[in-house]
Write a protein that binds this ligand. Structure first.
Ligand SMILES: [Zn+2]
Length: 182
């Protein structure tokens, strides 16, 4: 039987300790905390930010998330839409430099039916780096655990790659890189 690679089936999953920490929308509240590295928040711009997935489908699995709280892609203002996609470009550049994948899956799960148990009210673009021959990779519990332990290592590599890009400013390794998209 052929295995189907379906990265969108694995959504952003809140860690146990986070469920109690946030009253409201986690994607609205995370960037307001001053704990970027701890939260895996890699980079921010005026309109959007980049977050590594808690339980990545593959190393480097990230999300680009607008600051505006909406689950409807149709409702994004042109300014937010452009800034979101510019930051997505930056993310791909950083991943090219830091992880050298052979390709990417990039996409959205929109609406409750498609998004499952995730955060359907605040849209987010998944960016999943892919390598030749990784199609048999299925995130069974054991493998997922290994990846979770590797997240901080991936975080630091990508953080460095973001920091070396034009118009990027890194204050320290614990804070997200600030990307000026103007
Ligand atoms: Zn939100």
């Amino acid at each position: 039987m052929e295995q189907v690679f379906a990265p969108w089936r694995i959504e952003w999953i809140e860690r146990e300790d986070r469920n109690e920490r946030f009253d409201g929308c986690v994607f609205c509240e995370l960037p307001r905390e001053k704990a970027d590295r701890e939260n895996y928040l890699l980079a921010r711009s005026e309109h959007a930010y980049v977050l590594l997935n808690n339980y990545p489908y593959s190393p480097g699995h990230a999300m680009v998330i607008p600051h505006v709280h909406t689950g409807r892609y149709q409702e994004l203002e042109p300014e937010s839409l452009l800034a979101l996609n510019r930051l997505l470009q930056y993310t791909l550049e950083a991943m090219d430099d830091a992880l050298e994948p052979d390709g990417y899956n990039v996409g959205y799960n929109l609406g409750h039916a498609a998004a499952g148990g995730s955060v359907p009210d605040h849209l987010h673009a998944h960016v999943v780096p892919r390598w030749e021959g990784d199609t048999n990779f299925m995130p069974v519990l054991g493998e997922t655990k290994v990846l979770v332990e590797a997240i901080l290592e991936t975080y630091d590599r990508l953080h460095d790659a973001f920091a070396t890009q034009e118009t990027a400013t890194a204050t320290d390794s614990d804070s997200a890189v600030v990307v000026d998209l103007e």
